[in-house]
Design a protein around this ligand. Structure first.
Ligand code: ACO
Length: 325
């Protein structure tokens, strides 16, 4: 197990439809471009079209990641979808993605940790790969969170958007891994006492309906900066990495102010932080793989770069991940 690392060999992403600007949103919501940009850094978001499910977005991101990894769907034997907005209550969104991709082998399942879901997916996939239970995994963060938005609640509906991001991980033995690439470690925690400050007010065993996203923004903000900084420092200390050794901080893209707070706590240079929230708002579980793919596509992130991820979401669930890309 010590000799095997989970290496990212392909990335992909998908944003549905056309961008919806803050001004466009302000035509129907009592808000303004200035308020949204000042408080969040968000300029636009994407909303899935009618009939477009989370599995459709996830499949497109996965197809791009497979193409970039030069693989066929059946080269994959594990598919994990991190989502809080699956097509159906059951079965798992991942099984629909499996079918849409044309994959007929292995195991597909969802993980639920809302905005921290991608990090949980990475952690679970890494365990499968390093235990020899799978050779190649797709980890996908995908959301049509717009289905959970109360468009009458301006304190939440301006913050979120739909999208998907995906990575292909391959179990790689040390002898084939001279750069020592791969996932180094993940730190995750949860505390259910904070259920109320960020949740959907519905579900099969409570209301029998899907519910809408509810959030006490200032409380979430407060927890976000302190808990994320603590997790990031724990991970860096555990693996004996100092912040200035990092090539990139690729955080959950919730809010430019939370990202800036984290950057300051880690004392990292602005040029080393990937920020894409302006273009697609908070896409929950999709945001980290979306930002990673953008950074790879633009040529910023290269093989061998040392990356720190961090995310916090409803639960609360939060954590960080360190990897050599
Ligand atoms: N447009 C215009 N005005 C608004 C809007 C809006 N969309 N929303 C709220 N306001 C008004 C409020 O009504 C209030 O008006 P009042 O002073 O007359 O009462 C005023 O703006 C200030 O409201 P606050 O809630 O105090 O605004 P705040 O500065 O805290 O910013 C925000 C709100 C952006 C939500 C902030 O608390 C925040 O960033 N929280 C973090 C939450 C977050 O990013 N969550 C994402 C999900 S969790 C995750 O992924 C980490």
């Amino acid at each position: 197990m010590q000799d095997i690392k989970s290496v990212i060999i392909g990335t992909g992403s998908y944003l549905p439809g056309t961008p919806v600007s803050n001004d466009k949103l302000a035509e129907t919501v009592d808000t303004s471009h200035e308020w949204i940009v000042e408080r969040t850094g968000i300029h636009q978001r994407y909303f899935a079209k009618k009939g477009q499910g989370t599995s459709d977005l996830a499949t497109k991101a996965a197809q791009e990641a497979l193409e970039n990894a030069n693989l066929q769907p059946n080269d994959i034997d594990l598919i994990i979808v991190a989502t809080a907005s699956p097509d159906n209550t059951f079965p798992a969104c991942a099984t629909r993605v499996q079918h849409k991709l044309g994959n007929t082998k292995g195991l597909a399942f969802d993980v639920a940790a809302v905005c921290a879901g991608y990090l949980l997916g990475l952690n679970v996939a890494d365990s499968f790969l390093r235990l020899g239970k799978a050779k190649r995994a797709l980890v996908i963060g995908a959301e049509t969170i717009s289905n959970l938005l109360d468009m009458e609640d301006r304190t939440t509906c301006v913050l979120f958007g739909d999208g998907a991001g995906a990575v292909v991980l391959e179990a790689t033995e040390a002898k084939d891994n001279p750069q020592n690439r791969g996932l180094i470690g993940v730190d995750l925690e949860s505390d259910g006492r904070y259920f109320d400050i960020l949740h959907a007010d519905g579900g099969p065993s409570s209301t029998g309906s899907v519910g809408k996203l509810r959030m006490t923004g200032q409380e979430v903000f407060k927890h976000a900066v302190t808990k994320l900084a603590k997790s990031a420092k724990t991970t860096l200390k555990k693996y004996k990495v100092s912040p200035d050794e990092l090539d990139w901080l690729i955080p959950h893209q919730a809010n430019a102010r939370i990202i800036e707070g984290m950057r300051r706590k880690l004392d990292m240079d602005e040029s080393k932080v990937i920020v894409t929230v302006a273009q697609h708002a908070n896409t929950s579980a999709a945001s980290i793989p979306l930002a990673l793919h953008e950074a790879v596509k633009s040529g910023k992130v290269k093989e061998g770069d040392l990356i720190l991820h961090e995310a916090i979401g409803g639960g609360l669930v939060w954590g960080s991940a360190l990897l050599r890309f």
